[in-house]
Write a protein that binds this ligand. Structure first.
Ligand SMILES: [Zn+2]
Length: 602
């Protein structure tokens, strides 16, 4: 020091908490843990959890920042190894492992064994579902209780602000902030049941209307227009159900793109592959996988995925969409059935030769020797299509998301698709529209309505029946007359529902699509088959009378005020019920006051 040697002095400066470097330092140390665990597993000192029968898909630990999950089979050797590795890590890295904050969770392990093992590890016994990275692990997302913490968090966040004292804009801002922060994480992983979506939306709705959450006053707001994009006159609040699906769509995309990742390997070990795709797994599959697997087959996802073929090595000739808008398997199903080469890639087919008489066209001929003429014609067609295809040896195949110019998946593009096309989302059980108390002609009318096959003006326009300038709603509201406009969103016709809700004392947030409304309306009276049945009768009467009123206005120019339409709904639903239940003590007066009270189920 200063030119002359001194005693050694200790360095006094280290990284402090909050230093931008410290997370990186942490990662360096955490990597040490990773190395330790891998060495233990490799030397058979720790037996990780084996997925399926594949030794390559053994998972021993997961790490994210300072959240670490160790997975292994039930054995004392594993417990000892775990203790050793944690202590070793502690002394090597200087990072203290907080044993008292750690949990030992058993799946199908006796609790006595678990508590003994926890004692050895000096940690607590946890239980399923537990929280990892803020996500409940092992819970059942189809149960309402799974979602309760989320609902409570939203409630407490919104109730902290007395919405009466906030301006319209302030409420909107807060709503968006809560909406975009709280549920996104959970919704990007789990599919929320319809009831939960409704609950969240009605929490938002109530808050937005300036009412306290507990005080359930019936009021009607056009929630759909709040949720509509700003560019089309809405307020741009996200619709939960569609947003949820769009977030889950990200997983469907990763299923295609992210095949080297651990989670994909785990899934393929657990469920197996079928012609290049992960198998569904049926009833034995985890809830999460069942949902993601079925969503990946929905047309709103699969129709917008195609394969950009370079060298053709990783594209499936029959099953992937790579030449034209559908797969060859769909386009030439007969040939696919007959083909000897079902699971082969594009490049393999090319090498076999897909020209006329090429080796690629080899068929399974057990019973007969030649193709039928119509099958030969199909071969001619496919050869014609392939004539324009040239493979590029130096370019890898890749997945294309056709809704974005960049061809990579975005949640936004899928969300937009889901909210623009009414017919793409439908989770409704259509069988429940065949209601025995309702005249058949009305049921058939509803059946057409569900499929958006009524001659509404937008449908007529699409078929070229009417000109562009006569497509607007007859109520004079300047909107295009689509079925979801006419029956739900229209300020005139849609407001009929407001009176209906008041009449029977239920609270429904008008969803965007008619089938969803039918579903939600049916369940709005709480549990009980009888209630649901009555609500459905009223629903049928309402859409029926809306349609009749609409036709009167369009074809005869005669107009009844909304309250008259509502009166007709009350009468006609009474008549339908009376006709089928002669023995019930019905009277029109009681029905008009409240059908539930009259029937003694109010
Ligand atoms: Zn209208």
């Amino acid at each position: 020091m200063n030119g002359s040697p001194t005693d050694e002095f200790p360095l006094g400066r280290g990284l402090r908490q909050g230093d931008p470097l410290s997370p990186f330092l942490f990662l360096v140390a955490a990597e040490g843990f990773n190395v330790l665990m891998e060495a233990l597993t490799r030397n058979n000192l720790f037996a990780g959890y084996k997925v399926g029968n594949n030794a390559l898909s053994t998972v021993s630990h997961l790490q994210f920042a300072d959240d670490t999950l160790i997975l292994g089979g039930k054995s004392w050797a594993n417990i000892r190894a775990m203790r050793a590795v944690l202590l070793l890590f502690q002394s090597l890295s200087g990072l203290k492992v907080n044993f008292t904050k750690s949990y030992l969770v058993g799946v199908n392990v006796a609790s006595s064994w678990l508590s003994e093992a926890a004692m050895v590890l000096n940690c607590k016994v946890g239980s399923i579902p537990f929280v990892y990275l803020g996500m409940p692990i092992g819970g059942n997302p189809r149960r309402l209780s799974f979602w309760e913490p989320l609902l409570n968090r939203i409630k407490s966040r919104l109730s902290g602000w007395s919405s009466i004292h906030l301006s319209f804009g302030g409420r909107l801002t807060l709503l968006k902030a809560v909406l975009s922060s709280l549920p996104v994480y959970v919704l990007s992983f789990f599919k929320a049941p319809t009831g939960i979506v409704s609950s969240i939306e009605s929490l938002f709705n109530c808050f937005f209307l300036g009412e306290s959450v507990d005080h359930r006053k019936i009021s009607w707001v056009d929630w759909t227009s709040v949720c509509r994009g700003k560019e089309v006159g809405g307020l741009g609040v996200r619709r939960i159900r569609e947003f949820n699906l769009a977030l889950l769509g990200k997983w469907c995309w990763r299923l295609l793109e992210d095949r080297d990742s651990l989670w994909y390997r785990v899934l393929s070990a657990r469920y197996g592959m079928d012609e290049g795709r992960l198998r569904g797994g049926g009833r034995q599959a985890s809830d999460w996988w069942r949902v993601v697997h079925s969503l990946s087959r929905e047309s709103w996802f699969s129709d917008h995925v195609s394969r950009g073929v370079g060298n053709g090595r990783t594209t499936l000739f029959w099953s992937d969409v790579w030449c034209g808008r559908v797969s060859f398997r769909v386009m030439f199903n007969r040939l696919f059935e007959l083909s000897v080469f079902k699971g082969v890639s594009v490049s393999e087919m090319w090498q076999l030769g897909w020209g006329e008489g090429g080796e690629a066209w080899r068929w399974r001929r057990r019973r007969r020797r030649r193709l039928f003429l119509w099958e030969e014609e199909l071969v001619g067609e496919i050869i014609l299509l392939l004539a324009n295809v040239t493979l590029q040896v130096s370019r890898e195949d890749k997945w294309l998301w056709t809704l974005e110019n960049s061809h990579s998946f975005t949640v936004r593009s899928l969300y937009n698709l889901l909210t623009i096309q009414p017919q793409v989302v439908s989770s409704v059980d259509f069988s429940s529209i065949w209601h025995k108390d309702v005249p058949l002609k009305v049921v058939i009318f509803a059946w057409r309505l569900f499929r958006d096959r009524l001659p509404t003006k937008d449908n007529l326009l699409r078929r070229g029946v009417i000109p562009h300038d006569s497509r607007t709603c007859v109520a004079g509201c300047d909107s295009v007359e689509s079925s979801s406009h006419l029956f739900l969103q229209c300020t005139t016709f849609g407001s009929v529902w407001h009176s209906i809700y008041n009449w029977i004392g239920v609270l429904v947030t008008n969803p965007l699509y008619v089938p969803n409304h039918f579903h939600q309306f049916g369940f709005s009276g709480g549990p009980g088959k009888k209630r649901r049945s009555i609500l459905q009768v009223i629903w049928f009467a309402t859409v029926w009378e809306i349609w009749k009123e609409r036709n009167n206005r369009v074809f005869t120019g005669k107009e009844s005020p909304v309250f008259k339409v509502v009166d007709r709904i009350k009468s006609i639903s009474y008549m339908w019920m009376k006709a089928k239940h002669i023995t019930l003590p019905f009277n029109l007066h009681g029905w008009w006051l409240n059908p539930f009270t009259m029937l003694g189920i109010g």
